[in-house]
Design a protein around this ligand. Structure first.
Ligand code: ADE
Length: 232
């Protein structure tokens, strides 16, 4: 899968995606990540990428032209336009369903807003979807882009084992429940024993216990999800 990113701060996107599973996916070629500095497509000596907002107000707005021309250069290089997303606190909520949908696309372009946002003509001209990673405001879209890329990359076939995806929190295949608690050796730690059932070797009993625990955890941490829970 190919993902291009347009940003004023390339290191902020590149650094967290250079290690661990995504770093490995980049080395094996499962993920072709290309992070571009928007200032590459500015034309003045100061490499101006922002300006004051029409209508007044605080802060600066990112100019349309460098971003639109950057996106056009990427589409020309790829041979067709990618699915394009603008990271913004006012976008549609990102979730695991959207991560699955995006992981099936051959090519994504993520555009990172900064300051007070991006001239809306970028969204209109590129047919972009605005996406938010949660109801809080970041300093810019870079860490949000890294979050989206991380969540999408791990769903690309071959990046991690299919079994690891099957039973996890937020997976639509997991009936909307959070993941059950996990334990590893030792069997007793600081007076706390691993639940007996997990040592029993009884797979049916283990599955029943995990399902019960998943419901209890969802009730405690995310009662809103339990309302949507589809019992199987
Ligand atoms: N930019 C600033 N806040 C953001 C958020 N919550 N999600 C995506 N992009 C953002």
């Amino acid at each position: 899968m190919r993902i291009d990113v347009l940003t004023l701060f390339p290191a902020m996107v590149d650094a967290p995606l250079s290690v661990s599973i995504v770093g490995r996916a980049r080395s094996t070629g499962a993920l072709d990540l290309r992070v571009h500095d928007i200032r590459t497509w500015t034309e003045d000596v100061h490499r101006t990428a922002d300006d004051t907002p029409y209508g007044g107000g605080a802060g600066m707005v990112m100019k349309a032209d460098p971003i639109v021309r950057g996106a056009e250069a990427i589409a020309t290089d790829a041979g067709s336009p990618p699915v394009t997303i603008i990271l913004s606190a006012s976008g549609r909520s990102f979730d695991q369903t959207m991560a699955h949908q995006l992981s099936e696309e051959p090519h994504l372009l993520l555009i990172c807003g900064h300051y007070e946002g991006i001239d809306d003509r970028v969204r209109q001209l590129l047919g972009a979807t605005e996406v938010s990673i949660g109801d809080y405001v970041l300093t810019g879209g870079e860490l949000a882009a890294a979050v989206v890329i991380d969540a999408v990359t791990r769903l690309v076939p071959g990046v991690i084992k299919a079994e690891s995806i099957a039973q996890e929190s937020h997976d639509p295949a997991n009936a909307g429940l959070l993941e059950f608690p996990q334990y590893t050796r030792p069997a007793e730690y600081r007076g706390l024993a691993v639940p007996d059932v997990l040592l029993s070797g009884n797979h049916k009993a283990i599955a029943a216990w995990r399902h019960e625990q998943a419901i209890a955890k969802t009730r405690a941490n995310r009662p809103d999800l339990l309302k949507k829970h589809q019992p199987d």
